[in-house]
Design a protein around this ligand. Structure first.
Ligand SMILES: NC(=O)c1ccc[n+]([C@@H]2O[C@H](COP(=O)([O-])OP(=O)(O)OC[C@H]3O[C@@H](n4cnc5c(N)ncnc54)[C@H](OP(=O)(O)O)[C@@H]3O)[C@@H](O)[C@H]2O)c1
Length: 370
């Protein structure tokens, strides 16, 4: 069982202020039960939601601990439990939590945890958690597109899926997940990311800034059967652009979005929107248990080990200060949200001490333990 007596956390006492590092009680190893695993964290990934949740009043009961994606080593697990059948003390793992991740020691549900394959560092798979959790719910959840799960060696289905915004972190993983399930991923991104999305398995890429993108994409989807449209970047602009394509297609296409659609009355006729109303939401983590065991734990470690799944976006270690470096990384992430490519270049300069190239590829900001 765990030897450490104290934990430390990035404490968010209210919104609109930076988090501060404080000592906190160590999670009790006697209360792990059947499914919880205690992990000592070695690397944290930063997501756009970390600065958004820090900046805005989301109605949380404060204080909260932000952070979703961590990787580290198993510190404790209940002997003889289902969790112990999968994980042992010392195993290198990566996991997903909806918040609560910016701590030195975090407890995870074993169903949202996976082993780090040989040859990868903590900084690599830590980029994957939230993006896979988001993609998996909307692509494979029975309330959404309800696609078949990815499997090693899945045969080609001869059906396409449109991933709108394939260069986002969510889109980069959505492309790979549908490709792993045997679908043809068709996607949109900026021209300079065409090679990037194709390297992840997209069969074709379209520039979402092209004024004719709606007609071009609808024609592409109508060359065969399309199994659905997933909006993976662009917030409301992305929703509107993506459902225009669905409406222009001759098929009645299922449509799911990573950004909750509040303007449902604007969706054109003939688009089959798959979105639960607030009253129907499945509580967290029930919605993840439906899709993550077959994707995160059940597919990913083997797919990574066999090289059929890539770490995307690329990890960019911005500091090795542990929890003391989290706020610095959140600030860099906020600048990316506000300035796009210029923000990415600033993060690269900050991390590497030298100017980035003119055109930069998508990155995920990482903080490592000191
Ligand atoms: N529901 C959830 O649980 C959940 C969780 C996480 C994220 N999300 C949502 O998922 C989406 C993606 O998040 P993320 O963290 O993956 O974003 P991200 O990595 O920050 O995505 C940035 C990229 O999105 C692309 N993009 C921006 N606007 C676009 C548009 N109008 N059309 C197509 N592509 C566009 C750009 O690609 P180019 O460089 O190629 O232009 C940009 O580089 C967001 O809408 C976010 O709110 C939802």
């Amino acid at each position: 069982m765990a030897a450490a007596r104290t934990n430390r956390v990035v404490w968010q006492g209210k919104f609109g202020v930076p988090g501060d590092v404080r000592e906190a009680e160590m999670p009790s190893t006697n209360e792990l039960g059947d499914h919880k695993v205690l992990v000592k964290v070695h690397a944290w990934a930063i997501n756009p939601c970390d600065y958004m949740l820090q900046d805005r009043d989301m109605g949380f009961a404060y204080p909260v601990i932000l952070g979703c994606d961590v990787a580290g080593t198993v510190e404790a697990v209940t002997p003889g439990s289902p969790a112990a059948a999968k994980f042992s003390v010392g195993d290198r793992v990566f996991g997903y939590n909806a918040n609560n991740g910016f701590q030195d020691y975090v407890t995870f549900d074993e169903r949202l945890l996976a082993k780090v394959p040989e040859g990868l560092e903590f900084r690599d798979p830590v980029v994957l958690g939230l993006t896979i959790a988001t993609s998996a719910v909307f692509l494979f959840g029975e309330d959404y597109l309800n696609l078949d799960f990815p499997k090693i060696g899945a045969p080609k289905k001869g059906k396409s899926v449109l991933i709108w915004g394939g260069a986002s972190a969510v889109g980069s993983n959505a492309i790979q997940l549908v490709t792993g399930a045997g679908y043809d991923a068709i996607t949109t991104c900026s021209k300079n990311n065409f090679d990037y999305v194709k390297s992840l398995g997209a069969v074709s890429a379209f520039d979402y800034k092209d004024p004719d993108v709606t007609e071009k994409l609808a024609a592409e989807l109508d060359k065969g059967e399309c199994a659905g449209v997933f909006m993976a970047a662009g917030l409301n602009d992305g929703n509107i652009a993506a459902w225009k394509v669905a409406a222009a297609s001759k098929q009645t296409l299922k449509f799911a979005s990573s950004s909750y659609i509040t303007n449902l009355d604007e969706v054109p006729k003939g688009v089959d929107v798959k979105q639960l109303s607030p009253g129907q939401f499945k509580p967290f983590p029930d919605c993840w248990f439906e899709t993550l065991p077959a994707t995160f734990g059940g597919y990913l470690p083997e797919a990574l080990a066999k090289g059929v799944y890539k770490i995307a976006p690329s990890p960019l270690v911005v500091n090795r200060k542990g929890l003391e470096g989290i706020q610095e990384a959140i600030n860099l992430q906020r600048a990316i949200g506000e300035k796009g490519q210029e923000g990415v270049k600033a993060a690269i300069k900050h991390a590497k001490g030298e100017a980035a190239e003119d055109e930069v590829k998508p990155v995920k900001l990482i903080v490592e333990r000191a």
